[in-house]
Design a protein around this ligand. Structure first.
Ligand SMILES: *[C@@H]1O[C@H](CO)[C@@H](O)[C@H](O)[C@H]1NC(C)=O
Length: 187
């Protein structure tokens, strides 16, 4: 019994400890905000998945704005090898944006991720932006238990979407890369 308790404590502690390394097999970036572009825009470290569009991407609001221009998205698909006996998930994504929100306007920043191994399970986070200016929108995922496979290879998809709402002339624009921390757990 004592051995079990000690082992469980060790595993519990190690789950939050050393970050593991993902090996990237292939990657694509796509979406209305990020047309197909060189894969070098995606950076995967042991602790973070970071990606930036080829340029800033923007959604517009206002009386004469065509519907297609009121939203923009940028999606990545990254196929990775996961270390044996480890799995990972995401907790939150940071979105650096600049917004113009005249009275009555509000914008929306949405992040969604899932793994090809269990595609019906998706986690998402949405924030409504009502203030004008440069800000970092932090979306926390719900549910918080969308995991990769334990070891082996899996493909993660992460989509970031901005939408602009309102009758005033306004916009929301990404001014930097989308940054998502990796949470590791032993399995
Ligand atoms: C944010 O938007 C305002 C209004 O368009 C602009 O003047 C400013 O330069 C922008 N800031 C950045 C960091 O893009």
């Amino acid at each position: 019994m004592k051995t079990f308790v000690v082992l469980a404590t060790f595993l519990g502690a190690s789950a939050y400890a050393a970050a593991q390394s993902l090996t990237v097999n292939s990657q694509t970036i796509s979406g209305s905000g990020c047309p197909q572009s060189p894969a070098t825009n995606i950076i995967v470290t042991p602790s973070t998945v970071f990606y930036a569009g080829p340029s800033s991407w923007k959604a517009l609001a206002g009386p004469t704005v065509p519907r297609a221009s009121t939203s923009a998205n940028c999606k990545i698909d990254v196929d990775v090898n996961i270390p044996d006996n480890w799995k990972f998930k995401f907790i939150e994504t940071r979105n650096p944006i600049n917004a113009t929100t005249p009275r009555g306007n509000e914008h929306e920043v949405t992040n969604v991720y899932y793994f090809a191994s269990d595609e019906p399970s998706k986690a998402s986070g949405v924030t409504t932006v009502t203030t004008t200016g440069v800000q970092t929108v932090v979306n926390t995922y719900d549910p918080l238990h969308v995991w990769s496979t334990c070891g082996g290879s899996d493909t993660l998809t992460l989509n970031s979407n901005i939408r602009a709402f309102g009758n005033g002339v306004g916009d929301i624009e990404y001014i930097g890369g989308v940054s998502t921390d990796i949470f590791w757990e032993a399995c």
